[in-house]
Design a protein around this ligand. Structure first.
Ligand code: HPA
Length: 264
């Protein structure tokens, strides 16, 4: 077991990326990769979800240093919403200032078809839990008004437009999982203002804001939510559909890293 900063041996990165289910191919875009198994890193979760690798890769995308987490711990694995706290603290210690989170999600918006990419502009925490339960300091009262960094959102949208990359914008609703939603829950999600539903990301966004990291997040839509088409949902479908949107997202991230995150 090693502390991340020690394992990285002087490598620092301002940007970190968390890859969701089936989005591991983004790793192929990393140049000069140094790979570390989560098993060897202090505080990193043993990832028990198929489609999630459990590996940290330090390298370069478009000439800029980046740290990529391929695989994350989910609340539904052990009922611990703060399972990603130690990895995010380790990233912060490695110099990370901005965190780009990705996930696979179900769509509750007819305009968001499977294969499309949604930039998350806000979220609804429908899980009833919070990764900051038990945090004793007043820092736990994290403001969430601008949780999804506006300047970064703008940069991504500009780069998408300049490069003919289609991205949508919407609200992500966090369900605990691991069972998928019911058709009634999907109807409710839509009425409550969600565009997509999923089982991750929100706890990391809360933790990242707690740690004062700037956050951007994207959903790759792998299916319509339960009851919309009548088809049964499965994790196999998630893994099969994710790479298509993952390709779009990979291009967007690569192009944005190339242009940089300056707003001007
Ligand atoms: N619901 C929740 N999580 C998901 C879905 C879904 O329909 N698709 C991929 N992840």
């Amino acid at each position: 077991m090693t502390v991340l900063t020690k394992a990285l041996d002087g490598f620092v990165a301002e940007t970190a990326l968390v890859l969701g289910s089936g989005l591991g191919s983004l790793v192929d875009r990393i140049k000069k990769p140094q790979r570390f198994s989560y098993e060897d890193l202090d505080g990193f979760p043993a990832s028990g979800v198929s489609g999630h690798a459990g590996e940290l890769i330090a390298g370069r995308i478009s000439g800029h240093n980046v740290i990529v987490l391929s695989g994350r711990a989910h609340y539904y694995e052990h009922g611990d919403a703060a399972a990603m706290r130690a990895p995010l603290e380790a990233l912060k210690a490695a110099g990370v200032k901005r965190l780009i989170l990705t996930n696979s999600a179900g769509s509750v918006n007819k305009k968001l078809a499977p294969g499309s990419v949604m930039q998350i502009k806000d979220h609804i925490n429908f899980s009833g839990t919070n990764p900051l339960f038990g945090e004793p300091t007043d820092d736990r009262f994290v403001g969430m008004t601008t949780a999804y960094d506006k300047p970064m959102r703008k940069v991504f949208r500009r780069v998408a437009a300049d490069n003919n990359i289609e991205i949508h914008r919407g609200v992500y609703m966090w369900f605990s999982g691991p069972s998928f939603e019911t058709p009634a829950e999907i109807k409710m999600a839509k009425r409550m203002g969600a565009d997509a539903v999923g089982m991750s990301t929100v706890p990391e966004v809360i933790l990242a804001r707690f740690l004062d990291l700037e956050v951007a997040a994207f959903s790759v839509i792998t299916n319509f939510g339960a009851g919309i088409t009548g088809d049964e949902l499965s994790h196999t479908e998630t893994k099969e559909m994710a790479p298509k949107g993952g390709e779009v997202l990979g291009k967007l991230i690569e192009s944005t890293m190339k242009e940089g995150f300056d707003v001007s």
